[in-house]
Design a protein. Structure first.
Length: 398
């Protein structure tokens, strides 16, 4: 059924409850209750307890990586990573990313250098990154986005040629594979996020993955964990510890990872089917991976072809209780902290600028019933067909 009556025009919304946008998976309550009872019985909340240790060893096994260091969240993980890698001066990273990627650098006294992304993949444009390497640049932080991956082969070749370091913000890429190898094994290290909206939730949380023994020892020391093996000297320590309660949720969600991944894939395929052929709307497929977690449903909106702007489409969806959102907006290079730096750099971030103005993220995750995908898509199709009429009900400056 194609909707012709829109809530933005004063009709009853298609959904009577909010459809959220992220993963938001809640494991079965009785399993959680029993895990928390164990924590109470042990009287042990934090400091690398048995659940944090179990989570680390299960993740090491699953990801095929030597060391997993669980942390309180990925932002702190990225800051610990910059410290452990002993980075100096400037670090190149894509400008089309979440604010935390860049802020992890400024918090550790480093200067971010923003590189544009490739229009077809949304990932760092490696040929542009190459041109930006100067003697002040100590590393590239690539970001693996939308359940996809950057061009890892090209990046590894580039850092080999130039002797700088490579690490990854893989907050979006938990459980993805590149040529059959799990994300987590690449570069000097990779950082994952276990925030509630991400693929694997620990409510808040994250981990650092590395095959490098010395780096792992440093990271454990920076995290201030206790009894985690031999310590090596580090300049600064932090508090990056993951609590037992966080680890309990992560372990339960890890048990259900394959179900959630399959559910996301089915959701993605349903969007792909039902959004096909809508003028001015392009669904982004995860790029650079042989297996995706399908954690994000991202579309580019071309206003000329679609008939309304990205912002107007968001308003139409919001009126129907569908929470789509702009992502990433504003661009990191346009944020208060980095705007002046960006102006000084005078880099051409044209693709990033365009994507920040045109991308929307549509609902996905455990709280989205897959039957609703077709309804959402039909509504979007109808909005495009009726765009001229709908303009009447929409703010023109949005
Ligand atoms: C979510 C996210 C982060 C930060 O993760 P937290 O666990 O919330 O600190 C960093 N980078 C990217 C790309 C993200 O999406």
């Amino acid at each position: 059924m194609i909707a012709t009556r829109f809530a933005i025009a004063g009709n009853v919304p298609i959904f009577d409850i909010d459809i959220p946008v992220g993963q938001l998976y809640f494991p079965d309550w009785t399993r959680y209750e029993s895990a928390v009872k164990d924590i109470f019985d042990r009287r042990y909340y934090t400091n690398q307890g048995p659940l944090a240790q179990e989570l680390e060893s299960r993740l090491q096994q699953m990801l095929g990586v030597k060391h997993v260091i669980c942390v309180v969240n990925a932002t702190v993980g990225l800051m610990m990573a910059a410290e452990a890698l002993e980075l100096k001066g400037k670090v190149i990273l894509p400008s089309f990313t979440f604010l935390a990627s860049a802020q992890s650098l400024s918090w550790t006294g480093l200067q971010p250098v923003f590189c544009d992304v490739a229009s077809n993949t949304h990932h760092i444009d490696v040929s542009k990154a190459k041109q930006m390497i100067t003697k002040d640049v100590s590393a590239i932080m690539a970001v693996n986005l939308w359940g996809g991956a950057a061009d890892i082969t090209a990046l590894e070749q580039l850092v080999q040629e130039t002797g700088i370091k490579l690490y990854f913000d893989s907050a979006h890429a938990f459980g993805c594979e590149v040529n059959g190898q799990k994300v987590g094994c690449f570069g000097s290290l990779e950082v994952m996020s276990f925030h509630a909206t991400k693929m694997l939730s620990a409510t808040e949380g994250g981990c650092i993955c590395t095959n490098d023994d010395d780096l792992a020892a440093k990271l454990r020391n920076i995290r201030s964990s206790y009894g985690a093996g031999h310590t090596v000297s580090v300049v600064k320590t932090s508090n990056g510890r993951m609590s037992e309660l966080q680890a309990a949720i992560a372990l339960l969600n890890l048990d259900d990872f394959e179900i959630n991944r399959a559910n996301n894939e089915a959701t993605f395929l349903a969007y792909q089917k039902h959004l096909a052929g809508i003028p001015g709307l392009k669904l982004i497929s995860p790029s650079g991976v042989s297996r995706s977690n399908y954690q994000y449903i991202v579309c580019e909106v071309n206003t000329e072809q679609f008939g309304v702007t990205r912002q107007q489409l968001l308003s139409i969806l919001k009126a129907e209780n569908i929470n789509a959102r702009r992502y990433f907006y504003p661009g990191v290079h346009r944020s208060v902290e980095f705007n002046s730096l960006y102006n000084k750099q005078k880099n051409a971030l044209t693709i990033t600028e365009l994507l920040c103005e045109t991308c929307i993220q549509l609902p996905v995750g455990a709280l989205l019933d897959i039957d609703k995908v077709e309804v959402i898509c039909n509504l979007i199709r109808s909005a495009q067909r009726n765009s001229a009429k709908l303009l009447h009900y929409l703010d023109s400056d949005s």
